[in-house]
Design a binder for this molecule. Structure first.
Ligand code: FAD
Ligand code: MLT
Ligand code: ZN
Length: 484
């Protein structure tokens, strides 16, 4: 049995003393208790507003460990936080006012790049884009990439086992990680930053912490894989008659491009219409003409001419085959960025359209068209007018099968009344197709109840045992992932 966190009320004197202890560890300026703390207390999707006892910003692994020990001594729980861009309400405090937000933003150095070992050791609070840029300047590719890269952090990527737009070639964050440094729930420091590609010495602890969403310990640094920068990257944007055609195009792309295929994203017409509506300055090719579009990326280690020949031959076959109706190939980097920007703007356009229901699902690629046909029809029958914002990482079998309230409806009321039955319908379909209810965003608080319903009791029981063993007092991000 997991024990509920002990919410021992602090009297004003104890409260003052506790804050003084935190200040002594991290400095007065790095213990925030007053003013507008919404950057730390409100989640990115504006689904829940929490209230922190304090936002604490340590500057080193040792300071993180000292803060964790101070919280343990005072029976205070902790919410590790990176860029607070998570999608499932996992990085913000609850409303009790008794949780400390442990922001890793100051633990952000790149410690070492090992060119021969093709690794980089980096601290958890380093912003993803800063890491990408430093690696690029050194002639390497750090392939993790997503629209939140300007603010999400390496620690948050590991905490959620984030995916993004390059998974089809490089895997998700777990596959990029060779070692971790972690502060345990007891405030000890585990240094597992080996950078070894082979190490079969018992249980591989790093995999426990990756994807554990801050519920088992605080990741303070990681050793991540690097890749040689490709000689050329080419981006194409194609319009398609159906989702079946997108799956056919993906098969063709695998055959033509092999491991050169580094991105394959699908976008439904309604999702694209939201980009046109909220970001009218963007040029969206083939506007509104066809039901789906795809952004496809090829990375080539030979030459630009070689890459272009490969991509053009793929598109010629696809046009002949009928799975592509029209296509453009970016002529230069700025055109490529503009095409990617369309895809990356969808979550922001969706947020501007109003509160929405997200389903971050994965299903075997071959079964996705049937799933969408059936589920679209069932949703329209049960929730007439619901608007499907369907897009995502088709190359990984991962759809963001999201729902916006019917045109003109009150989005807040729609979520209040329809989110539960909508989720029940979609997730029953996901089960019927042997899929997953969270492909890349994690569980947080938003999907905690659903996890228990959709995962096997044996798996849940093993997960509880792990939590109990590593965090017996339930101080690390309590009530996230697992229900008490
Ligand atoms: P936070 O939101 O701060 O935290 C996320 C979780 O990790 C929380 O449970 C937190 O407690 C835990 N955590 C944070 N830091 C640590 C740490 N140091 N140690 C232990 N636990 C920690 N996600 C994808 O997977 N693919 C995408 O393509 C993608 N695109 C996105 C696009 C947009 C516009 C936005 C807003 C989000 C997107 N996301 C995507 C979701 C989000 O950006 C990722 O989950 C990201 O990895 C979170 O990083 P973060 O630093 O913001 O973490
Ligand atoms: C994406 O792929 O754009 C993200 O995972 C964000 C989202 O689902 O909104
Ligand atoms: Zn995604």
């Amino acid at each position: 049995m997991l024990q509920a966190e002990t919410l021992r009320p602090m009297n004003p004197t104890e409260h003052k003393i506790f804050l003084k202890i935190l200040q002594a560890i991290v400095g007065t300026n790095n213990v925030l208790t007053e003013g507008d703390l919404s950057a730390w207390e409100l989640d990115w999707r504006k689904r829940e507003q929490g209230k922190a006892l304090a936002v604490v910003r340590p500057g080193s692994t040792e300071e993180v460990a000292a803060v964790v020990r101070a919280c343990a001594a005072a029976q205070i729980s902790l919410v590790p936080q990176g860029g607070n861009t998570g999608m499932v309400v996992g990085s913000t405090p609850d409303a009790s006012g008794r949780q400390v937000v442990l922001s890793l933003s100051r633990v952000n150095r790149i410690r070492q790049m090992d060119a021969a070992n093709l690794t980089v050791t980096v601290e958890a609070g380093c912003v993803l884009q800063a890491l990408q840029e430093a690696c690029e300047a050194a002639g390497f590719l750090y392939p993790l990439s997503m629209a939140s890269e300007g603010s999400c952090t390496v620690g948050g990527n590991l905490g959620t086992n984030a995916g993004g737009t390059q998974v089809v070639r490089y895997g998700n964050t777990r596959e990029l990680c060779l070692g971790l440094e972690v502060v345990t729930a007891q405030g000890e420091i585990w240094n597992g930053l080996s950078g070894l590609r082979k190490d079969n010495t018992g249980y591989d602890l790093r995999h426990l912490f990756i994807g554990s969403e801050g519920t088992l310990g605080v990741i303070t640094a990681a050793t991540m894989k690097l890749f040689p920068s490709p000689k050329s990257m080419m981006t194409a944007y194609a319009s398609l008659p159906s989702l079946d055609a997108a799956v056919d195009l993906l098969g063709l792309a695998h055959r033509h491009l092999s491991s050169g295929l580094t991105g394959f994203e699908v976008m439904g017409e309604f999702a694209l219409s939201l980009v046109r509506k909220h970001f009218p300055q963007q040029h969206v090719p083939f506007s509104g003409k066809d039901p789906f579009c795809v952004v496809l990326e090829l990375s080539d280690h030979d030459s630009e001419a070689h890459a272009r020949t490969l991509l053009e031959s793929l598109l010629e076959d696809a046009l002949q085959d009928g799975c592509v109706l029209d296509a453009v190939v970016a002529e230069n980097i700025s055109q490529a960025r503009a095409l990617w920007h369309i895809r990356e703007s969808i979550p922001l356009a969706q947020a501007q359209e109003g509160l929405n229901i997200k389903h971050d699902i994965s299903i075997a690629v071959s079964r996705i068209p049937d799933f969408v046909r059936e589920t679209d029809a069932a949703i329209q029958a049960a929730f007439p007018g619901a608007r499907m914002v369907n897009y995502g990482h088709l190359g990984d079998g991962n759809l963001h099968y999201n729902v916006q309230a019917p045109e003109g409806a009150d989005a807040e009321a729609f979520l209040r009344d329809q989110e539960k039955p909508m989720n029940a319908l979609v997730y029953a379909q996901v089960d019927a197709y042997s899929g997953s209810i969270s492909a890349e965003h994690g569980i947080g608080s938003l999907k905690r109840e659903k996890l228990a319903e959709h995962k096997s009791p044996v798996a849940i029981s093993l997960m509880r045992s792990i939590k109990q063993a590593l965090d017996p007092d339930n101080r690390m991000n309590p009530n996230r992932v697992l229900k008490i």
